[in-house]
Design a binder for this molecule. Sequence first.
Ligand code: NCD
Ligand code: ZN
Length: 345
Amino acid sequence: MTDRLIIRRPDDWHLHFRDGDVMRGVVPYTSRQFARAIVMPNLTPPVTTAALAADYRDRILAAVPDGIDFSPLMTCYLTDTTDADDLARGAAEGVFTAAKLYPANATTNSAHGVSDVEKIYPVLARMEAEGIVLCVHGEVTDGDIDVFDREAEFIERHMRAIVSNFPKLKVVFEHITTADAAEFVAECGEAVAATITPQHLHINRNAMLVGGIQPHNYCLPVAKRETHRLALRKAATSGSSKFFLGTDSAPHLRSAKETSCGCAGIFNAPFALESYLTVFDEEDALDRFEAFASLNGPAFYGLPVNEEMITLERVEVAVPATLPLAGEEIVPWHGGQKLGWRIAD
Ligand code: NCD
Ligand code: ZN
């Protein structure tokens, strides 16, 4: 049995840091685990320009603990009125690593998102020409589409069209939750990849709804049926370079989760690697973990892999039921449970 794993330091290809006190509280959890992270731009107001992204990056860097090497990779929040010149300039200057498509009102702080994907086709054409990665929240928002069908419907209505109209555009189908999305990505060409969160590898929709409503298992896209969870585990551990790590860690204070209208988002940053590793261990795929966590993402983004190595060891860790954050409390993913792996010091 493998009890120790030495791998290149991983990166997180989809993450929410927020801003202010919450950001300062959560950055150290991520920088302990990851060398780089694709930082989501859904702040209030959203990060829509290179100038806003450069300032946000400075605020994040100021929150990284001394002696820790961590690089935030910034994203541009696409809107109906995105300035393609500003985006291209920001990418050329190294401020933007990617741009993010939120269909308007699909998730937390997405009210300024894109009202109709075709409206941003000129921006997508420019991104394709400049080699800027498109990160997609792939859910339709129409009231008549069942929440459990919104990802599969997005593939039919938008993803196929984006991929065929812009064949060279690099597209990350983010936080995929269905067998449909895993299959779609696997069948696309090299320009299309996907991130997978730890929660969608661990839970199906029962975890949200059985034994009372479980707000800490609620995120968007929502967890689906067991068949989908199994398909995601298969994709993540398949060895395909199209699938890589993106936690979608989305901190919301306990008071905002445990309320009559709770926020979507799971805060998994503190024990993300331990959580993923438990899955790879259960699937007998520890030998494929480094590719998923540390190699496939940089290869897709055209970035170098990290030189530093980390050691993971089979030692039980207890995840605290709550953590202090910004003068309040937050419930981490797996709070109150035990996981079988830890990062060695
Ligand atoms: C994210 C958030 O809270 O910002 N929430 C979530 O449930 N994943 C937004 C997102 O990625 O959809
Ligand atoms: Zn997210």
